[in-house]
Design a protein around this ligand. Structure first.
Ligand code: PGA
Ligand code: ZN
Length: 431
């Protein structure tokens, strides 16, 4: 049973406070930390990442209130519970909060405890964490996801002029996760070489997710650099590409400002949604792109749907969905996009994350397990991706500790599963 719960404030990979929990049972101590993104939540149903707001401490971003909520109310409610009963634990946490958006206790409080309990539940059953997750989500297949590695960073994740947030490679021709990892790492290092030759050492600085961040400004320029790196690896046939445009960040009114970070704008790079559709269509012809995330503003459901229905590539809903059950339901009904970006900290509990994934897969959507720009060394999403068989995981570049923590855990899981390991590979969309 759960005997003690203690939370503390730690820092994420950006140096911003976040929550860590130590949950104790008779089997030992189980630790979990929550990731964090830029707060962009707007809807009334979107969950709240609670922060202190005391400008005198950590510029208002402290989480001491959240820590109090865990050590107080949440701890009192959960002491004595069986950690294998994830649904009951999550329900108990959710019931403590009187709001719909988890604003009283904070979704960050809930997620830390929910993950720690999940780890404790696995230990109680003496099974691996991914296996426990699979049991909870009714999955019989344990599937190693395809990694989508961020090779080039832009948008709000990097200090260059590039509007698009992430240019990723997806090694769908790999036969094992380990091979995908090798392909990712080698391509990354070749890309570093390509960029060094063209832009010198400053081009090799990295963004929040570890992607290289040369000072380029067009999507095609970035894609060309990656293509050249792929050529140098000799894996051309095995690698596809994916984009996270994060277009919400540069939508102004009805226009998309591709120069949004540039101090001297010419105004030439203001694109209409129709221009953007044309650009994506052309890019998908010129490059092996299989997936585009957030191609339009989070509130531009109309053009997202229009583009999705061209069926050129997978269209992933990030801020459009906010990993929110109600939004996912609406997007399924209206065929707005055809894949879910799953950010667990936008949901709050493991049980609700499982529900969201089930809803998406029942609608034959793809599911992308996702990290956040603010990460920790906790590798939980790796086990979650295997146990829920999401088919794909994006955890940043094959570089920087907090990104690698997830990929390394997937290497360990594949080794542990041995012959039983199923790698999503070419079935990444519907494993
Ligand atoms: P975020 O980035 O954590 O900044 O939201 C991740 C993503 O957009 O996929
Ligand atoms: Zn995104």
């Amino acid at each position: 049973v759960i005997t003690k719960i203690r939370a503390r404030q730690i820092l994420d990979s950006r140096g911003i406070p976040t929550v860590e929990v130590d949950l104790h049972t008779n089997k030992g101590m189980f630790r979990a930390a929550v990731p964090s993104g830029p707060s962009t939540s707007t809807g009334v149903h979107d969950v709240v990442e609670l922060r202190d707001g005391d400008k005198g401490k950590y510029l208002g971003k402290g989480v001491s209130g959240v820590i109090k909520n865990i050590n107080g109310k949440i701890s009192e409610a959960l002491i004595g519970m069986d950690p294998t009963l994830q649904t009951q634990i999550d329900q108990a946490i959710v019931d403590l909060d009187k709001t719909e958006n988890k604003g009283e206790l904070g979704a960050n409080a809930m997620l830390a405890v929910s993950i720690a309990a999940c780890k404790a539940g696995a230990a109680e059953k003496e099974v691996s964490l991914y296996k426990h997750v699979a049991d909870l989500s009714g999955q019989t297949n344990l599937v190693l996801p395809i990694p989508a590695f961020t090779l080039i960073s832009g948008g709000k994740h990097a200090g260059n002029n590039l509007a698009i947030q992430e240019i990723m490679i997806v090694p769908i021709g790999a036969v094992t996760f380990e091979e995908a990892m090798q392909i990712g790492s080698e391509t990354y290092h070749h890309l570093k070489g390509v960029i060094f030759e063209k832009y010198g050492p400053t081009g090799c600085n990295v963004g929040d997710d570890g992607g290289l961040a040369p000072n380029i400004s067009s999507f095609a320029e970035g894609l060309d650099l990656v293509m050249e790196a792929i050529d140098r690896t000799g894996y051309s046939g095995k690698i596809k590409m994916a984009l996270d445009v994060a277009a919400t960040n540069f939508c102004i009114g009805t226009k998309y400002d591709l120069d949004f970070k540039s101090p001297n704008k010419s105004g030439q790079n203001f694109k209409s949604a129709e221009d953007m559709i044309e650009m994506y269509t052309q890019l998908c012809r010129d490059y092996p792109i299989v997936s585009i995330e957030e191609p339009f503003d989070k509130d531009d459901w109309e053009h997202t749907k229009l583009f999705t229905n061209l069926r050129i590539c997978q269209v992933v809903g990030d801020q459009l969905l906010m990993s929110n059950i109600k939004r996912i339901e609406k997007a399924i009904d209206e065929s707005t996009c055809n894949a879910l970006l799953l950010k667990v900290n936008q949901i709050g509990t493991i049980t609700e994350a499982i529900q969201a994934v089930k809803m998406a897969t029942d609608a034959h959507w793809g599911v992308v397990m996702s990290h956040r720009c603010g990460e920790t060394e906790d590798s939980f999403i790796a086990d979650l991706a295997v146990g829920m068989a999401t088919g794909i995981i994006k955890a940043g570049a094959p570089c920087r500790g907090e990104r690698i923590a997830k990929y390394n855990q997937l290497l360990r899981i594949e080794e542990e599963l041995g012959d039983k390991a199923i790698f999503a590979g070419k079935n990444w969309r519907l494993p």
